[in-house]
Each structure stands twice: as structure tokens, then as C-alpha cells.
Design a protein around this ligand. Structure first.
Ligand code: AMP
Ligand code: ZN
Length: 118
């Protein structure tokens, strides 16, 4: 299965749902989070459906996803000031969308107690 009909991020990949796209390559799509926790809050997703980072994602694809983050940071203009990358995995981490995604957060000094995104 490449895309999941029930998955909100798969619907963004297919174009059924709109998003504010920031970056795209052959394997990765990045778009603005609908509920931003920082001035810049972008989600990076693989263009194939994997429920989480623990869902047997090919290592090459994980590498492409992570490698896209500094490119997105540069596009956002936060590559010099810094940013946080976060991957919520499972219930205790409060993962709400079960399509692997990497949060990229920046644009201001991170609150001291902001250890996660929910
Ligand atoms: P997580 O809690 O790590 O699963 O994060 C899911 C993120 O997806 C949250 O930050 C939501 O604000 C974001 N989100 C959910 N639906 C959409 C959407 N249609 N477009 C953009 N961001 C979304
Ligand atoms: Zn999906």
C-alpha cells in the first residue's frame, strides 16, 4: 500500500486536501502545520504511507526525510537561527496523525519547557 484512503496526510499527498506546501521532492512533501506551535511549524512527510517511524520505513527513505529538514529550514529562513525536529510516535507521545511526520519548529526562542509537540 503506498497511500491510505483514510489518512489525512495521504489525502494531502493526493491533492484531495489542500495544504500550504513549503517543499517537495520525489520522496518528501513539506507543508505548514494547520495549528502552528511556533512562528515556523512545518511537517515533513514521506510520500508513501507509514503509520509511524516504527512502521518498517526503509532506511533510505528515513534518510531522505531527515535530509530534507535543513533544506526546509533554509527555505523558511531559520537555518542560521536554529530549529527543533520532533517525531511523535504512539499514544504516550500524543501522536494524532498516523502517517509518519517530522515536525520542524523554529522562528523564535523555544520555550524552556517545550519538549514535545501536541
Ligand atoms: P502529531 O501530534 O505529532 O501526530 O501531529 C499531527 C500534526 O498534524 C498536528 O500538529 C496538527 O496540527 C497537524 N495537522 C493535522 N491535520 C492537518 C492538516 N490537514 N494540515 C496541516 N496540518 C495538520
Ligand atoms: Zn498516510
Amino acid at each position: 500500500m503506498i497511500l491510505d484512503n483514510e489518512c489525512v496526510f495521504c489525502k494531502i499527498i493526493s491533492g484531495e486536501l489542500s495544504s500550504n506546501k513549503v517543499y517537495e521532492d520525489e520522496s518528501v512533501l513539506a507543508f505548514e502545520d494547520a495549528n502552528p506551535q511556533m512562528p515556523h511549524h512545518v511537517l515533513l512527510i514521506p510520500k508513501e504511507h507509514y503509520a509511524s517511524v516504527a512502521d518498517g520505513v526503509p532506511e533510505v527513505l528515513l534518510g531522505k526525510l531527515l535530509a530534507a529538514a535543513p533544506k526546509v529550514a533554509q527555505i523558511c529562513g531559520i537555518d542560521q537561527t536554529g530549529y527543533r525536529i520532533c517525531i511523535n510516535t504512539g499514544d504516550d507521545a500524543r501522536q494524532t496523525v498516523h502517517h509518519l511526520h517530522l515536525h520542524l519548529l523554529g522562528g523564535a526562542k523555544m520555550p524552556i519547557n517545550m519538549g514535545a509537540v501536541d
